[in-house]
Every structure is written in C-alpha cells, then in structure tokens.
Design a protein around this ligand. Structure first.
Ligand code: GDP
Length: 445
C-alpha cells in the first residue's frame, strides 16, 4: 500500500538533500513534484490542492532551523500535513454510558463489511468486551451464514433471524438484537447491514431505517480502498443517505496507490477509525494518522528522531559543535565526552539507532551496542586532568596508569580510548578536507 506515493516522495526529498538553502523556485519545484505524486496516488483533486498549498505556505515561512537541513524541514512539513489530512488525532470508539454500545456498519456490497464485523468483534473481545454480532444483511444470499462462520472464528455470539422465517425484516432483527444484548449482558452490538453493488435509494432507505430504529452510538462507513476515486463518491452518497461517524478502510493490503485513504477524511470530514489489511481476522487495527503518515513517507521513525533532536539540542550549541566537528580543530576529549552525553540525553542509543530508516536489518549489531561502554568512556575521560583532555598527546605510560586507577579500568582500555579519539579527530580532518569547507582551518590540513 502507498508504494507509488512513498517512492515518489522519497525521490523528491532526496533531490533536496544536497541543498544548503531552499529558494522560492526550489520550493515551487518541490511542490509541483508533490502534486504529481499525490495525483498519481489517486488522491482527489481538491485534497491535492489544499495539501500542496499548505506545504508551500509553510515551506516559505519556515524559520531557518540550524538543527534541520532543508530536506529534513520539508519532510517534517509534508509529514505534518499528511497527519492533518489523515485526521490528526487518533479517533477512538465512543462507548455508550448505558450499554450496550451499538455500532452499525454501512457500505457497498463487497466492501468487506461482514469480514470487518468479525475483525472488530475479535478486536473488542480481546480488549475484554463481550460483543454480539448481528446479521441484518438479509439481502445477499449466504450473508447470514457468512456472519455465523465469522462469529464462530472470532469466538463471538451471533444474533440472526430464525431460519425458515422467509426473508425477514432487517429493521426488526436489528431492534431485537439490542434487546437480546441487554438480556444476555453483551456490552457491544455490531450490526452488519446489507450492501448493494451500486448506490441505490432502497439500500439507503433500509440503512436509514435501521439507524432510526436502533439509534447507534457509532455508524461506521466501510469502504474498499481499492476502488480508488470511487471511494470518494460512495462516501459522499452514504454521508447524504445515512450519515456516518467514522470510516473503516478495507483492503489496504491490495492498493499500491492509497488515494482513498488520503481523500475520504478531507472530503467527508469524518475520521478514519480502523484499517483492514487482509482476509484474516487478525489483519485489522485502529487507524493512527501519525503512524500512517510516517509509513507513507517511509522514514522509519526518523521524524521522532528529528523531533527529539530538536527538543534536546540547543540550536546554537549544535551549530558550535558542528563547527568543531567539521574542522576537527580544537576538538578535545572534553568535546568528545560532551557529544557522548548529548547522544545519551536523546535516549538509549539502541532506540535511537533503531529509529533510523534501514536500521531494521542491523538489529543484531544494535543489540551489541552496550550503554555501559559509554559509562566507562565517560569515567576514563573524567579521570583525566583538564590539560590531558585538551592535549591528549600528553598522555604517556605513567599518566595512563594513573587514569586507569582513577576510573577503575585497565591501562589498555585507556590506551584504546586515546587511539579512538585520535582516529575520530583524523577522520574529521579528512572529511573537512574532502568537503573543502572554506574558512575552516582544518579543511586544508
Ligand atoms: P461485504 O459484502 O461488505 O460483507 O464484504 P465481505 O466481508 O463479504 O468481503 C468481500 C471480500 O473481500 C471477501 O472475499 C473478503 O475476504 C475480502 N476482504 C475483506 N476485507 C479484506 C481486506 O482487508 N483485504 C483483502 N485482501 N480482502 C478483504
């Protein structure tokens, strides 16, 4: 899901990576690319327009942040806008003060309502609720039986009209189910209603009648994400015909474009509450706009990382340190220690590295990163005199022995640390030289 959009956006961002500053022309070009990316992902035009204009406005108005480079700033803006368009905050189910809570499902035939009823029931049961599934889809042959099968798999009771009673009246079934739930102490009722292949008045009227009869706490509109732009028209029709409180997107596993997800909320003003991602009952979860946005951007949790960095570092401090880093000059063991502590402040190093994209495969190596190593390095540096920290070349055999005693480590560990420090310093000089940074004395050494 969202592969097309992800790929497109990722390439937009990578072309920004080499820029030191974004001109208005750069921002316009970037916005054009984002617009194409969204249109290709099948996002509805009015949504695309709003999205792009917000990004442009914010990118132009951005204060220059020293903690983030232009590419990161644009990633952040696009991410924020995606979260907004997907609904902002996660919208949770509202439970009735006086149980049972009545949830009614509406949508076209084949949207995945019956499957979803089972998924939702299982999900709620796992949270300690006792749901009752209600077969009020008396139109589609086998719909009642299908719900019974689903209910059995989810381990949830099903209320259905008695077989042999003819077609039955779905409104009666729905009304009866609420009384049944009260009697049998089910705290939630999930009503599966009939869908048609297309939108028609009779279908809408039946859904509206059921709604009026049971006064649901939540009407959920179930929509197949694979129908693309049609999802928007269908949503509008259901909004007018029945009205709904939240949206459930199904078959998100099948759509590479995902435009429906990005349009429905904006067009109907109703939040996406759940997402269904496969045929199995477990392929289902609450919908979190923020997580979905970072999945679309394929940024791992890099955004969390960016935000943590912003919170942790004083920007001027970061700039000062960056200056020393690139020049390699005046970079002392004190700075080395200070940097380590800054990293430490940002959280356990493993979590930090785990948030970087592409680091997933490196989990084994990450598990070898030992926080205690950092503590030992800190202890060694703290056992040095200020003179030694500023000029590590001074550290000879007898000083090494003293430092080792003071920090409770071996002489070899002290020697290794000093060697590592010199290597780090050398590497920075080489990097600065390679980049040919003007005005950086270290750059030409
Ligand atoms: P209803 O007519 O709205 O009740 O739809 P159904 O629940 O019968 O689902 C229609 C078809 O879609 C079935 O074959 C389901 O297995 C399939 N389906 C439902 N949800 C998903 C999903 O999230 N992913 C995939 N791949 N298939 C789904």
């Amino acid at each position: 899901m969202f592969e097309t959009l992800s790929d497109r956006l990722t390439s937009v961002f990578s072309s920004l990576r080499s820029k030191g500053r974004l001109s208005d022309a750069d921002i316009d070009a970037t916005c054009r690319e984002i617009r194409i990316a969204l249109l290709e992902a099948d996002v509805a035009l009015p949504v695309v327009r709003d999205f792009v204009s917000h990004v442009r406005e914010r990118a132009r108005g951005t204060e220059v942040s020293q903690a983030l480079n232009p590419a990161q700033q644009v990633v952040k803006i696009v991410n924020d806008e995606l979260v907004t368009i997907l609904g902002g905050e996660t919208r949770r189910l509202r439970f009735a003060k006086n149980p049972p809570t009545v949830i009614m499902l509406a949508g076209l035939q084949g949207a995945g309502k019956t499957t979803l009823a089972g998924k939702l029931a299982l999900w709620l049961r796992e949270q300690g609720h006792a749901p009752l599934l209600v077969a009020a889809d008396l139109q589609r042959p086998n719909a009642v039986q299908q719900l019974q099968v689903v209910g059995e798999r989810a381990g949830v009771a099903v209320h259905a009209p008695e077989p042999g009673n003819g077609v039955g009246d779905p409104v009666q079934v729905a009304r009866g189910s609420v009384e049944q739930a009260r009697r049998l102490q089910h705290d939630i009722v999930i009503i599966d209603t009939a869908g048609r292949l297309g939108i028609d008045q009779e279908l809408m009227k039946q859904a509206a009648d059921i709604r009026d009869a049971v006064q649901p706490d939540e009407v959920l509109f179930v929509v197949d994400a694979m129908i693309g732009q049609d999802a928007v028209t269908t949503a509008q029709a259901f909004m007018e015909g029945v009205g709904f409180d939240g949206v459930v997107l199904t078959k998100l596993d099948g759509d590479a474009r995902g435009g429906a997800a990005l349009s429905v909320r904006h067009i109907t003003g109703r939040p996406i509450m759940f997402a269904s991602t496969g045929e199995k009952l477990e392929d289902f979860d609450a919908f979190h706009p923020d997580r979905m946005a970072s999945r679309i951007l394929d940024m791992g949790d890099i955004l969390t990382l960016i935000e943590q960095a912003q919170r942790t570092f004083d920007e001027q401090e970061a700039a000062r340190m960056a200056g020393k880093l690139v020049s390699g000059d005046g970079f002392t063991l004190d700075d080395f220690l200070e940097q380590m502590m800054m990293v430490r402040k940002m959280g356990p190093i493993k979590n930090l590295l785990g948030m970087m994209p592409g680091m997933g495969q490196m989990r084994d190596q990450l598990n070898q990163v030992d926080e205690r190593d950092l503590d030992r390095v800190a202890a060694i540096i703290r056992s040095m005199t200020p003179g030694e920290r500023a000029e590590p070349k001074l550290i000879n055999g007898s000083r090494r022995a003293r430092i080792a005693r003071g920090s409770g480590v071996t002489v070899t560990e002290v020697a290794n640390l000093v060697v590592r420090f010199f290597e780090a310093q050398k590497m920075m000089r080489q990097m600065a030289g390679g980049m040919g940074i003007p005005g950086m004395p270290g750059g030409r050494k």
